[in-house]
Design a protein around this ligand. Structure first.
Ligand SMILES: Nc1ncnc2c1ncn2[C@@H]1O[C@H](COP(=O)(O)OP(=O)(O)O)[C@@H](O)[C@H]1O
Ligand SMILES: [Mg+2]
Length: 375
């Protein structure tokens, strides 16, 4: 029997296209058993009615931090009435009111009619007492609270929510960040540190083999068999590895399948992947660039220009030119370089003779685009 290799216009290659959505929580989390177990261990006491331990989750973008929290929280919701997990996306909710309303929503099923923080806080405490439950709040991308100036106040108020109330149990906090230049425990002020003694859980970048496994699994879940051959998955894994972001791999496959589908074919080729690649920007780079200060961004932009024109990337030479361009001293210049390295945008290598060389991790074009988007 001849294999039908062309699609009718109403056919699709996707079993479930949502599997390639950025907010999709996969059935199985690969290579994160250690982190899941550690997090479960820290939360453990709450299941027995005691104060949970606080946690900081750190790791570059796309290392499964958000997914790990959402998985553990989903399981908590299913198995325990004693712990009430509340997930806060701090990119969206970073004011005191927004965060308290999000907690109220989880507890009462709707936001509070009051706009007074104290009223909402009291209602939250009363609800926890009535339910004899322990509140567990995750602040995802918590660096946004720091820039919003609410980080310390929120942590302090939430961790001390039990004060002034009989029989309200002490809550726990999980703070998550993808910004490796940011130290969430060091950002806590003295008053917060007396109640916030977090254990840190690190999420290392995935190796290329791990990325390949994760992508293979996603393809299996979201597409009909045979649509994406393993060679194409390998190429996508390689490109995601170069970008340092697994999201790039997922987005590439989704776009390549749509491309092949549009063309009426049942099988994705490497050419499809290469055709859609220029349109796939690295969300990791965008997030990293958006978190930079204007001065750091100006330096990055100039580095990309130099790299594009093939000029020397020795840091001393870059400084000599930069100092005419933006008036900064050597110390500030080196601080900015280190920040760019800590953010995972450049590498600082030692060349023979002790000279320091700057290497961009992304193409100049990607850097220009990310800078333009960041404004
Ligand atoms: N271990 C994993 N197994 C399966 N999918 C994963 C895994 N880690 C990350 N992903 C997927 O990669 C994307 C980014 O993961 P995410 O948890 O948002 O990363 P982070 O919060 O560290 O930036 C999501 O689509 C997620 O489903
Ligand atoms: Mg995340």
């Amino acid at each position: 029997m001849r294999r039908i290799s062309y699609l009718n216009h109403d056919q699709t290659l996707f079993r479930d296209i949502d599997v390639f959505d950025p907010s999709f929580v996969p059935e199985h989390l690969h290579h994160r058993d250690a982190q899941i177990q550690e997090l479960a261990f820290l939360i453990g006491p709450a299941l027995r009615g005691a104060r949970p331990m606080n946690a900081i989750l750190r790791g570059p973008p796309g290392t499964g931090k958000t997914t790990t929290v959402l998985r553990v929280f989903a399981e908590l919701k299913e198995t325990s009435r004693r712990v009430i997990p509340v997930y806060i996306n701090c990119r969206q909710d970073r004011t005191m009111l927004a965060v308290y309303q999000r907690i109220a929503e989880q507890l009462f099923g709707h936001t509070s009619p009051s706009r007074h923080l104290e009223d909402i806080r009291d209602a939250i405490a009363a609800n926890l007492r009535a339910a004899d439950a322990i509140l567990l709040v995750c602040f995802d991308d918590a660096e946004y609270l720091i820039t919003a100036g609410t980080y310390n106040t929120l942590l302090y108020q939430i961790l001390r929510l039990y004060e002034g109330w009989d029989d309200v149990r002490a809550p726990g906090v999980i703070a998550v960040t993808s910004d490796l230049g940011m130290h969430l425990s060091a950002e806590a002020d003295g008053a917060v540190r007396s109640v916030f003694l977090p254990c840190e859980i690190f999420f290392p970048p995935y190796t290329r083999i791990e990325v390949r496994e994760i992508l293979t699994d996603r393809v299996r879940q979201g597409l009909y068999p045979g649509v994406v051959p393993s060679g194409v998955i390998n190429l996508a894994a390689g490109m995601a590895g170069d970008a340092g972001d697994i999201r790039v791999g997922i987005a590439l496959i989704r776009a390549a399948v749509l491309w092949a589908e549009e063309d009426g074919r049942r099988r994705v080729t490497k050419e499809d992947l290469l055709a859609v690649a220029p349109g796939i920007r690295s969300p990791a780079l965008e997030a990293r660039v958006a978190a930079l200060t204007p001065g750091e961004r100006a330096l990055l932009y100039r580095l990309a220009e130099r790299s594009l024109s093939g000029e020397e990337m020795v840091s001393g030479a870059v400084f000599e030119e930069m100092r005419d361009y933006i008036a900064v001293g050597k110390t500030t210049y080196h601080t900015r370089l280190r920040r760019l390295a800590a953010a995972g945008i450049i590498d600082l290598l030692r060349a023979p003779g002790g000279r320091q060389v700057v290497v961009l991790r992304y193409t100049p074009d990607d850097v220009f685009a990310a800078c333009a988007r960041a404004g």
